[in-house]
Design a protein around this ligand. Structure first.
Ligand code: MN
Length: 166
């Protein structure tokens, strides 16, 4: 090991938010920062274009605390009782997303926004809800999704087309 195993500049550069959802997550987890191994923490930055969304997702292995660096965000999570806890969070403020719950953020301002995210895992894992269901490889059967969402198969296929398998 050297000092560089405990160092990263990966968070120094804003992520490219020029994508369909208008946000970018840059992670300093154990894959980028080997010195985190066994330590149970990691950190990310999230950048948002105006009105950009970090789509609903879960972290199976971590609670997340965001600290707003710039801008103003609508944030929320949904409990296992299906209750939404949501509010506005502004620069200098923090908000907690408890482990394993579906959560999201949206930049509610006309300028860029950014947050620092802290996790109690060296590798929190991220599962975006829409991609998990509509972009899995091999695909989740269309009839399963049609019945589950109570919509027709054509609409399921239309949504799947937005999430081509990687
Ligand atoms: Mn998150």
């Amino acid at each position: 090991m050297t000092a560089n195993d405990f160092f990263s500049n990966v968070l120094a550069t804003p992520g490219n938010t020029g994508n369909a959802v208008g946000s970018a997550v840059t992670s300093a987890n154990v894959e980028k920062l080997p010195g985190l191994n066994t330590l149970g923490v990691s950190v990310s930055r999230i950048d948002y274009a105006p009105w950009g969304v970090n789509p609903p997702h879960v972290h199976p292995r971590a609670t997340e605390v965001i600290f707003v660096l710039q801008g103003s965000l609508d944030v929320g999570f949904v409990t296992t009782a299906n209750r939404l806890y949501a509010r506005i969070v502004c620069a200098g403020e923090v908000f907690v997303f408890p482990r394993g719950l579906v959560h999201y953020q949206r930049n509610n301002g006309g300028g860029p926004a950014a947050v620092l995210s802290a996790f109690d895992s060296q590798l929190p894992g991220t599962q975006p809800v829409a991609e998990a269901l509509f972009g899995a490889s091999p695909p989740v059967p269309t009839d399963v999704l049609a019945r589950s969402f109570q919509i027709d198969g054509g609409l399921v296929e239309a949504i799947k087309s937005k999430f081509p398998p990687k």
